[in-house]
Design a protein around this ligand. Sequence first.
Ligand code: ZN
Length: 75
Amino acid sequence: MKCPYCNKIMDEGYIHSSKTDIRWTPKNMTPGWRYNHPKSCEKLLSKVDFFNGSKVKVFRCSACQIEIIDENNLQ
Ligand SMILES: [Zn+2]
């Protein structure tokens, strides 16, 4: 994936969590308290399980210090 700011190739990697799911929550909203069961206004990016935790594929541009998550590329 190319960085939308500088057009260089972005580095592929992951954001990990060992204990919680990973979700997007709208500004001014509090996250739901049940893992793997997001509120209707939230977007669950990765479920958590006991053995593997959770992770989301993220593309990073170190020059611009920007990260991008593609929801079409979630596991
Ligand atoms: Zn960049």
